[in-house]
Design a binder for this molecule. Structure first.
Ligand SMILES: *Cc1c(COP(=O)(O)O)cnc(C)c1O
Length: 384
């Protein structure tokens, strides 16, 4: 598939062609661990499914096509993809990371890699001067997420990539919230993009997976070596599900964003809502950057209620269409009270320093009928 084809065309066709033996239009689920060899060492590109599997290869090519990158690598989870990048480090190395990273990323850094002698500085990625100051002579990697979670802060990826290039530091962006439809970090100069395909790429809350996309051949070779050595690879059925999901990514993301901005506007107009965070709203502190860097504001909306923890929990439990659940990015709407759910492991003082209060609620706005979602939100807020 030609890289210059439009996004929707690449979503459906990149990395896939009808099966040559049967003509099956969809990539088969190759449920096999091994492959017959014509003679010792003579293979048709596949010898063992940890190393390579045709269904996974199709997904890897598809995701590379969507991110506009040369090499895609798929994993059993987003965390396994992040771990693969962290495998590049050795004792004595230093990493600069965002201070509002996905909780699991913070945990793998602080409880696993710290033990092996890798040190970390967690900084506000929206402040490039702060990032510059945090880079040390032994810094090898800068990790960011944009939009971040749960406050939907943005990183200026072009500026961050330039800074990292100047300092000879590898840059990585977790593009899970934006998806390749909204922004392509590689095109802005970032070295490695990771995804939790569990979220928007899969899109139907029925699979856990991860992916990594890079342009540099040597970097890809190293990462593929870790992928094969460590083995956190996805099974063919999981790859098939993600491959089915990416075919409708562009259609879903447009609808997620149309619904989300309407919900965000309703929230802004509500008397009991103190603040709303949505990158597609002019009230977002980095609206200009969002306009420049993202195709639309995405499907995630966070807001702070003028209410106690108990009242916030009551509101979060009062929706009928939005389901009270962690995770995000599926076709169905979800509501999260970060303080007691997704971000409960962060001490209260740390949370408040990072800027989120007890009344914070995060919505993953789905693609249901907008009128029903708006009514559900109004009814839930009415319990206050
Ligand atoms: C969910 C998520 C991850 C982790 O992915 P898993 O598939 O759950 O391992 C990493 N980063 C972000 C931004 C996420 O939302």
């Amino acid at each position: 598939m030609n890289q210059s084809a439009g996004f929707g065309t690449r979503a459906i066709h990149a990395g896939q062609s009808p099966d040559p033996t049967t003509g099956a239009i969809m990539t088969p689920v190759y449920m096999t661990s091994t492959y017959v060899q014509e003679a010792p060492g003579v293979i048709k590109g596949f010898d063992y499914s940890r190393t390579r599997n045709p269904t996974r290869s199709a997904l890897e090519r598809n995701l590379a096509g969507l991110e506009g990158g040369k090499h895609g690598l798929c994993f059993a989870s987003g965390m396994a993809a992040i771990n693969c990048v962290l495998n590049l480090l050795k004792a004595g190395d230093h990493v600069v990371a965002g201070n509002d990273l996905y909780g699991g990323t913070y945990r793998i850094c602080t409880t696993l890699y710290a033990k092996f002698g890798v040190s970390f500085s967690f900084v506000d990625m929206s402040d490039l001067d702060g990032v510059r100051k945090a880079i040390q002579p032994n810094t090898r990697l800068v990790m960011t997420e944009t939009p971040s979670n749960p406050l939907l802060r943005l990183t200026d990826l072009t500026a961050l990539a330039k800074l990292c290039r100047e300092r000879g530091v590898l840059s990585m962006c977790d593009n899970t919230f934006a998806t390749p439809y909204l922004q392509n970090p590689l095109a802005l100069g970032i070295d490695a993009v990771i995804h939790s395909t569990t979220k928007y790429l899969g899109g139907h809350s029925d699979v856990v997976g991860g992916a990594l996309v890079v342009n540099d051949d040597d970097l890809a070779k190293q990462l593929a070596h870790f992928q094969n050595s460590v083995g956190g690879t996805p099974g063919p059925m999981d790859c098939f599900l993600v491959l089915r999901g990416t075919k409708t990514l562009h259609v879903r993301m447009d609808r997620h964003a149309t619904n989300a901005i309407a919900i965000a506007r309703d929230l802004e107009a509500h008397p009991r809502v103190k603040r709303v965070w949505y990158p597609g709203l002019p009230s977002h502190a980095q609206f200009a950057l969002a306009q420049r860097q993202m195709r639309n504001g995405g499907g995630m909306v966070s807001f702070e209620l003028d209410a106690s923890v108990e009242d916030a929990k009551r509101v979060a439990s009062s929706f009928r269409i939005f389901s009270l659940a962690e995770s995000l990015g599926g076709v169905e709407s979800l509501v999260d009270h970060p303080v007691t759910m997704t971000h409960g492991s962060i001490p209260r003082e740390e949370r408040r320093k990072a800027g989120f209060e007890d009344g914070l609620i995060r919505l993953s706005v789905g693609i249901e009928e907008l009128a029903d979602l708006r009514q559900d939100l109004a009814d839930a807020l009415a319990v206050l």
